[in-house]
Design a protein around this ligand. Structure first.
Ligand code: DX5
Ligand code: ZN
Length: 217
């Protein structure tokens, strides 16, 4: 199976966001990954609601919004109104995760749960049937351009087994340090969605790099 490719706009040229979004529109990318950081849950700040709205204005593909923020339930409605098609919240930032998932589902969009590298996939067992996506962090969230953590393969295998056993309809998204070296092995162990920031935007031909990621089988 070919991956769903979700280029991370965090690595784009923010001074020329419109043309970066148009490049993704013209590419074979499936989604646009949008990283929201609050400087509290993660040690960095990125963009907020007005920037998501601006991206939405030009994008022809679904916005895959990854909230790296505390109390995500406070902002879910605002990101939906800004144009999110998928919203992922972190398990580590959500004491009432089930309630937050229901809140996102009620908006009629896809819901994802993101997990940090130290979080075990077994913690997802009791909400797997309620979600569409697991955003598995393969770096510590907060920055683009980090090195892929290889232990992620074992976590994907365990999550895939859990999904097969329970019959849940959940896609596995891998976020952080994805490139053409690890894309195929990731797909082989059960990944469905590949997020790629630096690898796409620092390449000589981002559109072609997206096509190469999409071609991985
Ligand atoms: C990390 C973000 C990632 C990041 C991926 O905190 O959640 O989505 O943009 O970027 P690369 O592909 O450069 O690791
Ligand atoms: Zn992300």
């Amino acid at each position: 199976m070919r991956p769903i490719v979700s280029p991370s706009i965090l690595a784009a040229n923010f001074a020329n966001l419109e043309s970066e979004v148009k490049m993704i529109n013209e590419s074979v990318a499936d989604w646009i990954h949008v990283d929201i950081m609050d400087g509290v849950f993660v040690p960095n700040l990125s963009m907020g609601i007005p920037v998501v709205k601006a991206i939405r204005k030009h994008a022809t593909k679904p916005l895959d919004v990854h909230l790296m923020i505390v109390n995500p339930e406070r902002y879910v409605d605002a990101f939906y109104e800004a144009g999110a098609s998928i919203i992922s919240v972190h398990i580590e930032a959500s004491p009432h995760l089930h309630r937050t998932i229901q809140q996102i589902k009620a908006l009629g969009i896809k819901v994802g749960v993101a997990i940090n590298p130290h979080t075990t996939v077994e913690q997802l067992e009791d909400i797997l049937g309620d979600i569409d996506l697991v955003c598995m962090m393969s770096v510590n969230p907060g920055f683009g351009g980090q090195t892929f953590i290889t232990h992620t393969y074992k976590k994907i295998e365990r999550l895939k087994a859990m999904i097969d056993r329970t019959g849940a309809k959940v896609q596995i998204e891998i976020d952080g340090g994805v490139n053409l070296q690890n894309a195929k092995p990731l797909m082989n162990v059960g990944a469905d969605v590949l997020v790629a920031g630096n690898f796409v935007f620092s390449s000589a031909n981002p559109k072609e790099t997206i096509a190469q990621l999409k071609d991985v089988k």
